[in-house]
Design a protein around this ligand. Structure first.
Ligand SMILES: N[C@@H](CCSC[C@H]1O[C@@H](n2cnc3c(=O)[nH]cnc32)[C@H](O)[C@@H]1O)C(=O)O
Ligand SMILES: [Zn+2]
Length: 451
């Protein structure tokens, strides 16, 4: 067995305990085989000698020094538009609708597939550097996003975002078809690290007939559904006015509310909708920074969790955040969750850490999210020796409230080391940054020219 040993650190376990343990990884299988003395079932550990798993000085093919650090599951960014890194800081300080219509969509109309690949590389680079190993992406030119994911070594659930409003029947149907085709093509790519989904943009930007057709085909294909839901009141009110039902009831009526589906935002959901989400097993991806920046509102995260809804965290695109650092999202989720519930005990540190790890993996239906024998070897090592992390009364408190993505020392996905001592091994960071800056400058010029 070809092994990786993460040595000398403390490990965040799925039950919230923190233990001093080494983590032994089977690089070939991409799985964790032992945490301290704990190993997986007999079959899975056939190749591990007892001494190999428990002896902290045993030889491994590769080691990662976690001394003074905390080994955590790789973080999951469960809703983003990764290539929007090119539009970071391009248009700020506007509500969702005019922001999309006046600034973002006109700029996106000029994006080339090459731009999207460069923007995706930049975003994935940023995510690896902040300990994120898996993400969900809704955008276009998804084959180019998939290429970036493949090269970088992370995991993703990818889909082509469909918008039909303002399009004629032919264009609208073509957009739906493209999303289904992309979902069929990309599922299982990059040695299985890429999975896919059918991704209508939202229940108001895709009209009913296309939603019905697309969802039915997605069900036949067996891919999940991801869309923006109940993000702003502007998105809820027209559905209530026209249909006399709330958006989540409409989604159910469309057969779009299934146990493998995951909806972004869920800001303006009432109790009846929370119950529907919980009964259906549909996950909600909370995007606190985007919700604050676009003044969309405060999601009822505490009530969603109490009702039993799986809640994950997402950054949304870099143009409404403006970074892809899931540590920031944990802190924002905890802070905003308390404000929304008017209760400082709501959405505590352990809740946001769970949302950023196991909750994210469960929402996306991807491996990872837990450091335990048999789980995928997706992890990050966070240095706890910085002044802003001293003293360490409670490492989980630090993850939620004090740490930043820049405190991550190493990142591992599928058993491969993607970043060692803050050097990303799978992408050339300087070249990616240069290409992205040039592509963004060129894009802005094309938008200005109107050509
Ligand atoms: N095929 C579509 C593209 C949809 S991709 C997903 C879209 O979501 C947009 N987006 C980014 N952030 C948000 C958000 O917070 N709410 C709604 N849409 C967003 C993003 O800019 C992108 O246009 C088309 O031809 O227009
Ligand atoms: Zn979004």
């Amino acid at each position: 067995m070809n092994t990786l040993r993460v040595t000398g650190g403390r490990v965040l376990r799925p039950d919230g305990r923190v233990t001093e343990s080494d983590v032994l990884v089977d690089r070939g299988a991409g799985t964790i085989v032992a945490v301290g003395g704990e190993t997986a079932g007999a079959n899975e550990t056939a190749g591990v000698k007892a001494s190999e798993s428990t002896d902290r000085t045993a030889e491994a093919d590769e080691t990662l020094d976690a001394d003074g650090g905390l080994v955590i599951p790789g973080l999951v960014n469960a809703h983003t538009h990764v290539a929007m890194t090119l539009l970071r800081g391009y248009a700020d300080d506007k509500p969702l609708d005019p922001w999309l219509r006046e600034d973002i969509w006109p700029a996106e109309a000029k994006l080339t597939p090459e731009d999207i690949e460069v923007g995706a590389e930049l975003g994935v680079l940023e995510m690896i550097r902040s300990g994120t190993t898996a993400f969900a992406d809704m955008y276009f030119a998804m084959d180019r996003v998939a290429d970036a994911v493949d090269r970088a070594g992370v995991r993703a659930r990818l889909g082509h975002g469909v918008v039909t409003v303002g399009k004629d029947a032919e264009d609208a149907r073509a957009d739906v078809e493209e999303s289904l085709e992309v979902a069929r093509q990309l599922d299982g790519a990059a040695d299985g690290r890429i999975r896919s989904a059918f991704m209508p943009h939202s229940l108001t930007t895709v009209s009913e007939e296309y939603l019905r057709e697309g969802v039915a085909e997605a069900r036949e294909t067996g891919v999940p559904i991801h869309l923006h839901a109940n993000e702003t009141t502007d998105e809820v009110d027209p559905i209530v006015d026209e249909r006399g039902e709330r958006p989540i009831a409409y989604a159910e009526d469309l057969d779009a509310l299934g146990p493998n589906d995951f909806f972004a935002h869920g800001v303006h959901v009432d109790d009846s909708e929370i119950d529907r989400l919980a009964d259906a097993g549909t996950a909600v991806v909370h995007c606190p920074a985007s919700n604050m920046k676009l003044a969309s509102g405060m999601a009822p995260v505490q009530r969603l969790r109490e009702a039993g809804v799986t809640v994950a965290l997402g950054t949304d695109g870099a143009a409404s955040n403006n970074d892809l650092d899931v540590f920031d999202e944990m802190r924002d989720a905890a802070m905003l969750g308390k404000l929304a519930a008017d209760d400082a005990a709501a959405v505590p540190a352990e809740a946001v850490v769970e949302m950023a790890t196991a909750g994210g993996a469960d929402a996306l239906g991807l491996p990872g999210g837990r450091i335990e024998p048999g789980a995928a070897a997706d992890l990050a090592v966070v240095g706890l020796d910085a002044p802003h992390l001293t003293p360490v009364h409670d490492p989980i408190s630090h993850l939620a409230y004090a740490a930043h993505g820049s405190d991550v020392r190493h990142t591992v996905c599928d058993g491969e080391v993607l970043m060692r001592d803050r050097e990303v091994l799978t992408l050339d960071a300087d070249a990616v940054r240069e290409r992205a800056s040039a592509a963004a400058a060129d894009l802005v010029e094309r938008v200005g020219d109107g050509g």
